[in-house]
Design a protein around this ligand. Structure first.
Ligand code: KG4
Ligand code: ZN
Length: 337
């Protein structure tokens, strides 16, 4: 089969992204971040996100096609994020895809954003590919999932968060510490020079492979209230140690369940996906699994955070089995496996 050119479009949250793949190779991967739009509010404002997507989608798609070195007519299909995500934001990508696929007379392919994070591991980046089945820990601002990936089309959800996502646990803690959104990268940065044994936070007790992070965030808020009453400069004086201890608690929880799943299933191929996989402590904990005999794959950072290359690759999987979407398709804010 001649490898197709597929355009991927991602607009589920606060990144407007477009990418072109040729088979498993990424020819372009363009992202317009809306970070500045939302920074002032300390979190993503859905209506502002939708409007920013509308402004950015045409230039971002044009740039992706230009950087790929092809012309529109060479595209074989357009893959788009159908969900999960913010309804207004998703609708921009879905409507744009409909118009473009109709105008070019090429098929559209609907993609589940969470599956796409996992399928980013199929991108040919020159590194050794993982064999199926593998376990994927997906950790983002909106989701935390442990998935057994049996093939490119068969996913089994082993566990997920019952409340906040791991990224939310970072972002909400950062807010409580007076740090700007998104707080994950900043906590990571301060934690590097802090002592992770300095403070103890209660680790959530959830059975099975599920996660819970809202209690951890609440225990940080109470901890800060208590200490600030005694010393108003407490955060300022202990920021590095608080970040290191709190981050360590999150990473411990994530790794505990992952290790349990590896042990119970005997699957020793492990992948990580989503924005939180940028976290340095989590990355080194995952890489340590190699010492226990696991094959580990951490994709290039630009394929871990929200991007459209992963949408295009997920589209490629469906293109190969001829699974196309009708023009009547809509977006869906909730979209399980
Ligand atoms: O996958 P992603 O780009 O978007 C979503 O689909 O949510 O993930 C964004 C999340 C944010 O919560 C951000 O704080 C977190 O990833 N994040 C980090 C780091 N870099 C990004 N969290 C901890 N440490 C980091 N270095
Ligand atoms: Zn995502």
């Amino acid at each position: 089969m001649v490898e197709p050119f597929i355009l991927g479009i991602e607009s589920s949250c606060d990144e407007t992204a477009a990418a072109v793949v040729h088979g498993h190779k990424v020819l372009s991967n363009v992202i317009a971040s809306q970070e500045l739009v939302h920074k002032y509010y300390g979190g993503v404002v859905p209506e502002l996100a939708s409007r920013a997507h509308q402004q950015k989608i045409i230039p971002v798609v044009e740039e992706a096609i230009k950087q790929a070195g092809i012309v529109k007519k060479e595209l074989n299909a357009i893959a788009f994020t159908r969900g999960p995500g913010l309804m207004g934001a998703l609708l921009v990508g879905v409507s744009f895809t409909k118009g473009m696929s109709w105008a070019l007379d090429i098929p559209m392919i609907e993609v589940n954003h969470m599956k796409a994070h996992i399928l980013a591991h199929l991108i040919d980046d020159g590194s050794k590919p993982l064999k199926f089945p593998f376990i994927c820990l997906t950790v983002s601002g909106g989701h935390t999932q442990l998935v057994i990936v049996k093939s490119a089309n068969i996913f089994e959800l082993a566990g997920e968060t019952l409340d906040d996502a791991a990224g939310e646990a970072f972002d909400k803690a950062a807010k409580a510490l007076g740090l700007p959104y998104p707080g994950g990268p900043l906590i990571d940065q301060f934690a590097k020079v802090g002592n992770k044994q300095a403070f103890k936070f209660n680790l959530p007790l959830v059975t099975g492979y599920n996660y819970s992070f809202s209690g951890l965030k609440t225990s940080l808020v109470y901890f800060l209230d208590k200490h600030q009453k005694e010393n108003p400069l407490f955060i300022e004086q202990h920021l590095n140690d608080i970040c290191a201890s709190y981050q360590n608690a999150i990473v411990n929880v994530l790794m505990r369940k992952l290790n349990q799943l590896i042990k119970d299933t005997g699957i020793n191929q492990v992948a990580i996906a989503g924005g939180v996989s940028a976290n340095s402590e989590l990355r080194s904990a995952i890489l340590d699994l190699e010492k226990k005999g696991c094959d580990v794959k951490i994709p290039q950072f630009s394929f871990c955070t929200d991007n459209a290359a992963m949408i295009a690759i997920a589209g490629l999987v469906k293109y190969k089995i001829g699974e196309f979407a009708p023009l009547s398709i809509g977006a869906t804010a909730r979209y399980s496996f």
